[in-house]
Design a binder for this molecule. Structure first.
Ligand code: ZN
Length: 252
């Protein structure tokens, strides 16, 4: 079984379309969505329409909760809360209901093998930004393999109970599609972030995703260019904060 693992699409339709086109070339049977489908970008309804038929495995993100009214905007910075209120006003009733019904992680789409969470297996809103924060979630996750998002930084933390490490992904270019493979070793626990489809923050503007292959025991990380200019233009035309358009080019 091959699963396309997606996170933090953030209503970026152009990034999402580029990811789906690139993933189709690789081949996959399932789609696992780690949350934050909406918020920030200009295409919340379009992205949900495109995502819903692709699969059943969805985890809610903090922006999903705020945009559908389950959580308040109080914890958000001014730009994020403006975007969330804009999104809430535009989402259809059907999409609001779909967002409200999304599951809180961990969701286990492959029996006892894999967990999908938004922030961390310990708390859905926790940011796992480094090895120090990764240690407890790695030890306490119900599964050896955990996919997470929320930080918008593609990468991996791993450990076998004695040693903890951060396998480095080797990406060279900035404008072409690229991929990097991680081998899953028996006896090692992994926290894996496929990166953000719609708002990367790892200084690489390209849309990010990963493909997990349970038979080959691999996770392949991908970066793909997308139609950035159209995406930015639509954010500006929507009247969303200018910063939400400019940061996409910087990848941060
Ligand atoms: Zn996010």
């Amino acid at each position: 079984m091959r699963a396309l693992v997606l996170s933090d699409i953030h209503a970026n339709l152009e990034g999402f379309e580029a990811v789906l086109a690139a993933a189709a070339e690789q081949g996959y049977e399932e789609v696992w969505n780690l949350g934050d489908v909406v918020g920030y970008g200009a295409s919340p309804n379009e992205v949900i329409d495109r995502l819903r038929p692709l699969g059943q495995t969805h985890v809610r993100g903090n922006h999903d909760r705020v945009c559908c009214g389950l959580s308040s905007v109080a914890t958000f910075n001014p730009i994020a809360s403006r975007a969330a209120l804009w999104t809430q006003a535009r989402l259809t009733e059907e999409h609001l209901a779909w967002l409200r019904a999304l599951a809180q992680g961990p969701v286990m789409p492959d029996g006892p093998m894999v967990s999908c969470v938004h922030g961390s297996p310990l708390h859905e809103d926790e940011y796992v930004v480094g090895l120090r924060e990764a240690r407890e979630p790695l030890l306490q996750s119900p599964t050896c393999l955990t996919f997470f998002g929320h930080t918008h930084v593609q990468g991996c933390f791993a450990g076998d109970g004695k040693k903890w490490f951060e396998p480095k992904l080797k990406f060279r270019g900035k404008d072409k599609a690229e991929a990097a493979e991680l081998k899953i070793e028996a006896g090692t626990r992994y926290l894996i972030n496929p990166g953000s489809v719609g708002q990367p923050r790892d200084h690489d503007w390209r849309a990010a995703f990963a493909i997990y292959d349970d038979a080959a025991r691999t996770v392949v990380f991908h970066r793909v260019p997308y139609d950035l200019r159209t995406c930015q233009q639509r954010i500006l035309e929507a009247g969303l904060p200018e910063r939400l358009a400019s940061r996409l080019k910087e990848g941060r």
